[in-house]
Design a protein around this ligand. Sequence first.
Ligand SMILES: NC(=O)c1ccc[n+]([C@@H]2O[C@H](COP(=O)([O-])OP(=O)(O)OC[C@H]3O[C@@H](n4cnc5c(N)ncnc54)[C@H](OP(=O)(O)O)[C@@H]3O)[C@@H](O)[C@H]2O)c1
Length: 263
Amino acid sequence: MKIAIAGATGTVGRHAARVAEQRGHEVVGLSRSLGTDLVSGNGLEEILHGVDAVIDVGNVQTTSTAASVDFFRTTSANLLAAEKSAGVRHHIALSIVGIDPVDSGYYAGKLEQERVVSAGEVPWTILRATQFHEFAEQTLARTTFGPFVLMPVATLQPVASAEVATSPVSLAEGEPRGRAADLGGPRVESLVDMARRYVRAAGIRKPVVPLRAPGALFSAMHRGALLAGVGATLGSQTFNEWLEERTRAGRLAGPDHAGGRPD
Ligand SMILES: NC(=O)c1ccc[n+]([C@@H]2O[C@H](COP(=O)([O-])OP(=O)(O)OC[C@H]3O[C@@H](n4cnc5c(N)ncnc54)[C@H](OP(=O)(O)O)[C@@H]3O)[C@@H](O)[C@H]2O)c1
C-alpha cells in the first residue's frame, strides 16, 4: 500500500513510518521539515495522488483553545479536501482517550479534529490513545520553578508511543471502521510517582511537590477520567520499562529539561 503519514517526523509519526516501511508499504511523509505545511495545504492534492490511506499524527504544541481548534480544524479540513480530490480511501486520525468532558485548551482542538473527520466524506477511523510515557517528562519541563518540580496530582494509564504507532498502520491496512477500540497502557500510574521516578533516573536533584492543578484537564486527570475503559486494547511496555530503556539509551532530559509538549 501507499500510506501518507501527516506528522511523520513526530513522536508517534517516526515510529509509524518505520513500522509501515518494515511491513513493505510505500510511505509518504508530510511535515514542514519534509516540505509540506498542512496549515496552508499547498500541494497536498498532488502529493496524495496514488495514496491509499492517510494517517494523521500531526500535532501543535499549545495550551490555547483557539490555537488548538484552529490547527486541528484547518489541517484536518485541508487533508480531507485533498484526499477526496486525490481518491484516498481511508483517513485515520489519532486522538486522546476520555477527552469529551474536557472541551477546552489543547483538547478542544482534538474534539474539533474528531468532529471534522467524522463529518467528512472520506471514510475514516479514529483511534484514541491514553497519554504517552513521555507525558511526565513533558509536564515537568513546564512545571519546574527554581528548586522545585510542581507536579499535578493526576491518575493516568500511560502507553508507549512506539506501541501506539503500530495501531494506525494496522488500521490503515484494514477497512475504515469509525471509532476503533481505545488504546491504553498496561498500568494505572500516579503522575507524581512517574515524575519522581523520572527525576531520580535523570539525576535531577529537585523535590517533586504534588499540587492540585487548576483547569479542566488536570481536574479530569485527578478524577481518573482519562483512563482506558472497558474494552480498550492495552499496550505491554510499562512506564518503568520505558524509563529503563530511555536511561540505557542516554535519552533522559538533563537538569534543565527544556522542551515538552502539552498533550
Ligand atoms: N503525546 C501524547 O501523550 C498523546 C496521547 C494520545 C494521542 N496523542 C496524539 O498523537 C498525535 C501525535 O502526537 P506527537 O506527540 O507524536 O506529536 P509531535 O511529536 O508533536 O509531532 C508533531 C508532528 O506534526 C508535524 N507538524 C506540526 N505542524 C505541522 C504543520 N503545520 N504542517 C505539517 N506538519 C506539521 C511535526 O513536524 P514539523 O515540525 O516538521 O512540521 C511533527 O512531525 C497528536 O495528534 C496527539 O494529539 C498524543
